[in-house]
Design a protein around this ligand. Structure first.
Ligand SMILES: Nc1ncnc2c1ncn2[C@@H]1O[C@H](COP(=O)(O)OP(=O)(O)OP(=O)(O)O)[C@@H](O)[C@H]1O
Ligand SMILES: [Mg+2]
Length: 273
């Protein structure tokens, strides 16, 4: 059984593609067979990341792990319904092509598109990176302007709710496990960090997600993209780039912690290892 992990958040720039790449490489390094689907058909950040990895591997003659990449064709048919139907077919064909994988990681665009909704419907695990800002929080839940209390779910939380409801109606076994991970956590803004943490903990129980420890704000995440590398590729004697500072070592711990929090089917991981 393939386990589908969807990186989603309607908010742009929250860290979906960066987190998707790190989850993919973490699973590959555990020996799992991983499929990758980039549904951000315009920016193609995950695809570009993987293309950079291929080039880096060839130029430096360095063996690196790769997922099986499957493309989903967009549709621009005049009829909106027809276009959605075609995209649904294309998406299902893509998933069928990855049936032999232990895990499929799907990177969604930062928008509520038909393909993004479809992906959420097929998710066993949804991972939602969230910048540590109340502007980003607003897509998960509305806060009462005077009391600051959580007033109710917002756009993206409603989309996940809809996916959960529709999935339950289709009778597919198992629900959707939703994990929210804070991203770009500042080392200095302790007050904002605590306030966000408190609101998220309050919200988690109410709308049904689990909170992961999250990633700190680190320049290295931006620097690794052109080489197609992740923090998990660094370190060790034959490391392509030196794992230099304490900050990078802590970042690797954050990634391992995320994978542990995802609580993925152990059978798939240990069988592959
Ligand atoms: N923890 C981090 N520390 C520093 N920079 C980060 C971190 N996570 C992501 N970034 C940077 O933030 C930007 C947005 O990240 P990314 O492209 O992964 O987000 P996204 O959610 O996929 O965006 P989009 O919605 O546009 O697809 C990129 O420049 C990325 O390198
Ligand atoms: Mg992206």
């Amino acid at each position: 059984m393939t386990h589908v992990i969807v990186l989603g958040n309607e908010k742009g720039g929250s860290g979906k593609s960066t987190a998707a790449m790190h989850v993919i490489v973490a699973l590959l390094k555990s020996g799992c067979k991983v499929g990758a689907v980039d549904l951000d058909l315009r920016q193609r950040s995950l695809s570009r990341y993987l293309e950079n990895r291929k080039k880096f591997s060839e130029i430096n003659d360095k063996a690196l792990e790769f997922p099986i990449i499957v493309e989903v064709e967009p549709s621009n048919l005049d009829s909106r319904e027809e276009s959605k139907r075609r995209e649904t077919e294309n998406f299902q064909t893509a998933l069928l092509g990855l049936e032999a994988c232990d895990f499929v990681v799907i990177d969604c665009p930062g928008a509520n598109t038909h393909l993004a909704r479809l992906a959420h419907l097929h998710a066993d695990t949804i991972v939602t990176p969230l910048n540590d800002s109340f502007v980003d929080f607003d897509l998960l839940a509305r806060l009462h302007p005077e009391t600051g209390r959580v007033a109710g779910p917002s756009l993206y939380a409603e989309m996940v709710w809809e996916a959960r409801k529709r999935r339950a109606m289709t009778g597919v076994a198992g629900g959707i496990d939703w994990v929210v991970m804070r991203n770009r956590l500042s080392a200095t803004r302790a007050r904002n960090k605590k306030k966000m943490g408190d609101k998220l903990e309050d919200l988690a129980g109410r709308i049904g997600f689990r909170l992961a420890r999250g990633f700190g704000d680190r320049v290295i995440y931006r620097e690794l993209f052109p080489m197609g590398l992740t923090l998990l590729d660094l370190g060790g004697r034959d490391s392509p780039v030196r794992l230099s500072t304490m900050s990078h070592i802590t970042a690797r711990i954050e990634i391992r912690s995320l994978i542990a929090t995802l609580n993925l089917p152990q059978a798939a991981i240990s069988e592959a290892a």
